[in-house]
Design a protein around this ligand. Structure first.
Ligand code: HAM
Length: 422
């Protein structure tokens, strides 16, 4: 029988990598604190309708990428492909409009999309998701973009490109859509099959097709900037002014539309050259009509999500610092069974003093226990043999310096603490 492996596109995050994730998530938690965002935990699955209505039926995510299943009672449920729709559902369900607005929330966890796996693109991946709900103010868009930039700076990332656009609103987008269709219509036959299908259903998506020919055609497509209504245009201007005030460099990209239908006004992405084809470290924007699409009242919102795998990949590529890799402080080495009992007591005494300590349970020789101690990068080895027990001492070897000394049992904990601190 073959050994069962993890499904395609799904990764185990092994300890060698998991500590880097912990650093990224810890840093995110700190930045969220500075920006006044509260952590929230949301379900991994929701009613399918939340996503099909919220994200949009004609998006790739809903059409091709959702993990949808019937539960035992025949209800259609979907593993969350993203968090924004769930955040808005949660805001509505818990009457958060009564709180001080905007309600500022963040969450991190796994998302699920049936995509073709490649570097930086997986079927289960983690997002850090940050949302501000209940405010129309362009300063909140600015805060969301600034949050992302602050976080990436705190993580030591460099050479990132911020691209922004305004995708308009239901007032001005239809006019732009028509202009775009007129332009695209005259090049229809040259478009890829996917874009030919998009032409009627979702022509704006043609703007961000990755196909070389489509890109070439769309380079000269009309930009939405010329079609924005006064409100959208003012809003966009204010966001850009704010970016200038904060010294955030950005590039305006008239073809940035993003793959989810709920966006209105601001859309942005942060790109990294380190990632190859999947170059977006984060993406986000405003979604003022999402709450209405899922059956609620008008609740404006803006947010972003960043892929944790992509952040870690970029940090590794750029040689960023992940802080200290967790290791043990002390390894206890024993010579025989009598020493083992003493060692067990010492093991837990040290742990109770909040010192990270381990020992061997497999009956290895002293030599190989010492080898384990240095492989585990322990700072100190506490050696217990017959001689030590007879004399009421422990031999403490400093594995960083190679020196060793005999320490009386009753002063051992203080000695270890002092040495670890020094
Ligand atoms: P998104 O652009 O679909 O936006 O995803 C955001 C980020 O998640 C991407 O920039 C990327 O870093 C990461 N990501 C997406 N798909 C994958 C994948 N298959 N494998 C690895 N990483 C991936 C959203 O999800 C929106 N909900 C963002 C948002 C929040 N807009 C407003 N608020």
């Amino acid at each position: 029988m073959d050994i069962i492996k993890a499904p395609r596109g799904v990764r185990d995050i092994l300890p060698d990598e998991a500590w880097k994730w912990a650093y990224v998530l810890e840093t995110s938690r700190k930045v969220a604190g500075f920006f006044g965002y509260n952590e929230i935990h949301l379900p991994l699955f929701e009613h399918t309708e939340l996503f099909s209505r919220g994200i949009g039926d004609s998006t790739d995510v809903v059409e091709k990428e959702m993990y949808t299943f019937l539960d035992r009672a025949g209800r259609s449920l979907t593993l969350r492909p993203e968090l924004t729709a769930s955040m808005v559902r949660c805001y509505l369900e818990h009457g958060m409009s009564k709180k001080v607005q905007p309600v500022k929330l963040w969450s991190a966890g796994p998302m699920f999309r049936y995509e073709r796996p490649q570097k930086g693109r997986y079927r289960q991946f983690w997002q850090l998701d940050v949302e501000a709900l209940g405010s129309e103010a362009p300063e909140v868009d600015l805060e969301i973009i600034a949050f992302a930039i602050y976080l990436f700076n705190a993580l030591g990332l460099s050479n990132l490109e911020v691209v922004i656009n305004s995708v308009g609103c239901p007032v001005c987008r239809p006019g732009y859509r028509d202009a775009l269709k007129r332009y695209v219509g005259s090049n229809f036959d040259a478009l890829c099959n996917t874009c030919q299908n998009r032409f009627e259903r979702n022509p704006l998506r043609i703007l961000d097709c990755k196909n070389e020919r489509c890109r070439e055609i769309m380079k000269d497509a009309p930009g939405i900037a010329d079609y924005l209504c006064d409100e959208c245009s003012e809003h966009f201007k204010r966001v850009k002014e704010g970016m200038t005030i904060l010294g955030i460099n950005y590039k305006e990209d008239k073809n940035l539309v993003r793959g989810l239908d709920y966006y209105t006004k601001t859309a942005f992405e942060v790109l990294s050259g380190e990632l190859g084809a999947q170059n977006a470290v984060c993406g986000g924007g405003r979604y003022d009509n999402l709450a209405e699409t899922i059956g609620g009242p008008h609740v404006p919102g803006v947010g972003f999500a960043a892929g944790i795998e992509r952040i870690v990949l970029t940090m590794e590529g750029q040689g960023c610092d992940f802080g200290q890799q967790p290791g043990i402080d002390v390894f206890i080495v024993t010579a025989d069974d009598l020493a083992k009992n003493k060692a067990l007591k010492l093991l837990y005494d040290l742990r109770h003093e909040q010192i990270s300590v381990d020992m061997d349970y497999t009956g290895k020789s002293i030599g190989s226990q010492l080898k384990t101690a240095s492989n585990r990068e322990a700072k100190l080895a506490c050696i217990l043999g017959g001689v030590e027990i007879e004399k009421g001492v422990v031999t403490v070897k400093d594995l960083r310096k190679g020196s060793q000394s005999e320490v009386a049992n009753d002063s051992l904990i203080d000695y270890v603490k002092a040495n670890l601190a020094g």
